[in-house]
Unconditional design. Sequence first.
Length: 365
Amino acid sequence: MTKRTSGGARTLEGKYYTSQEIYDLETTTIFLDDWLYAGRLSELAAPGSYVLRQVETESVIIVRDSNSSVSAFHNVCRHRGTQLCKEEGTFSRSIQCAYHAWTYSLKGELIGAPNMDEVEGFDKKDYSLFPVAAATWQGYLFINLSEHPKPFEESFAPILNMFERWELGELEVAHQIVYDIKANWKLVMQNYSECYHCPSLHPALNRLTHFRNTSNDLERGPFLGGPMGLAREDGSMTMSGGRCAPLLAGVTGDDTSLVYYYTIFPNMLLSLHPDYVLVHRVEREAPNRSKIICEWLFHPHATGKPDFDPSDAIEFWNMTNKQDWEVSELSQKGVSSRAYQPGPYAELESMIAEWDRYYLSALGE
Ligand code: FES
Ligand SMILES: [Fe+2]
């Protein structure tokens, strides 16, 4: 592990948090080009279950078909372009447009087009729904809106098998909170990437994991982060400081007293505790607004117990989240000022410096 340094980097210029032009550039170079974290596979419980995700102008249907594989399509009818679905739900066996009843299989093939046999040369095979690349990883759903998406396994190669000991694929969502905040999405990612702010902003958190007791095992590229040591050997990140569920089965040795924090570029935050996993999905709404979907995941061995009570963990992170969102909103206000100038990163902010570097290269700068 190299010594932690920000290498003299400074914070991003104000335009990165305020400009519609930069926001639009992010849309094309990042959000319509990269693999995006889109939710939990368990949201698609039954064959035919589907969810909708909006990425700027693009509405995407993600559906579990009858073979239990996942497909994604643009929410656009191949006849006159009408949006097919306006809310999430379960398809009985097919996807039907409300306008003229063109009907598609759950694999996206056009299987019914009333009266179109009168049209010379019309062939249903030519009018499948436009596909969107979809992948599942450790129980998580990802989509990629690029016309030429890089294979998921290639993009995620550095971390593909890295988190297996937390049994992510088996975990269940015990709780979800959605936050709407008045701050640019990058302020959320940057805030998560350092604990320099922990003593002042999160005194309770800093008692559980001292802000300097941290290291990084992913230091370059789209995936960044590493472990922090728990002050209590049998502790976790909870209001009480103790675990609120048994250790996850794969978590042994040093990992029993570590919490691992990772940013998964561009929109996922993954926090691995000895007894549970916390995940944030960050969605852009506008240059100065974001939506954050936060989920607490536990193993079914824990959730299945009659005395299962995750509130110790939920309360802790809900409190910490709110502290982080409040300061992110204050940051948004400050960096929107004409007086703002990029300031120097502390060495303890080396992961933000690297995150910014990767972000700027993704933007093509
Ligand atoms: S627009 Fe969908 S069937 Fe006509
Ligand atoms: Fe924080």
